[in-house]
Write a protein that binds this ligand. Structure first.
Ligand code: NI
Length: 191
């Protein structure tokens, strides 16, 4: 998920070392439409993936990123919904599973790092309960509301090959995808 306003969040590099910015796939890349597989455990490889994903997300001024967006079809997501004036609050979630979602919904604008500069209003549950495996390979459950709940729903969607534009009308979706393709052609022409 991308935010319009996110400051340059700087990570504590004592904890997150040797991170690499990986290229983010842009729609309509086929990997963005595929189902991602659970990880068996959060081992050194998965920790490296999480760190790289955080680095890639911050570099792109995003607030969430799912592994398929960097071409890895595993159920791993990273999120940081801290405001620019707040310290970074990175969350790394493996095998996230939405156990419950409130019937109360909220309509708000979303973007996505795989659909740069495109935005649409999407209906999401206001609150969710989530189970996931943390960086220490421990199973955890949390409740989330507000922007965090929205961001988790958006990122978990990515693990099933669902993009935010799949939640809007076909008419709106086609307008956004056509606009994106046109802007990518301009980018390619300028390079
Ligand atoms: Ni996204």
């Amino acid at each position: 998920m991308s935010a319009v306003v996110v400051g340059s969040a700087v990570l504590n590099h004592d904890r997150f070392s040797l991170m690499t910015v990986r290229p983010i796939l842009i729609a309509p890349h086929p990997d963005l439409k595929r189902h991602a597989e659970p990880v068996a455990e959060v081992n050194a490889d998965v920790l490296r993936l999480m760190d790289d994903m955080l680095e890639s997300m911050y570099a792109a001024n995003g607030i969430g990123l799912a592994a398929p967006q960097v071409g890895v079809l595993n159920r791993v997501i990273v999120i940081d919904v801290a405001r620019p004036d707040e310290p970074p609050a990175p969350l790394c979630l493996a095998n996230p599973e939405i156990l419950w979602q409130s019937p109360e919904t909220v309509l708000a604008e979303e973007g996505c790092l795989s659909l740069p500069d495109q935005f649409a209003d999407v209906v999401r549950s206001e609150r969710i309960r989530l189970r996931f495996v943390d960086r220490d390979n421990r199973s955890q459950e949390i409740e989330a509301t507000g922007l965090l709940a929205r961001c988790i729903q958006h990122e978990v969607d990515h693990l099933e090959g669902t993009l935010f534009v799949d939640h809007v009308s076909a008419l709106k979706r086609n307008i956004i995808l056509r606009r994106l393709a046109k802007s990518r052609r301009h980018v390619a022409a300028a390079e």
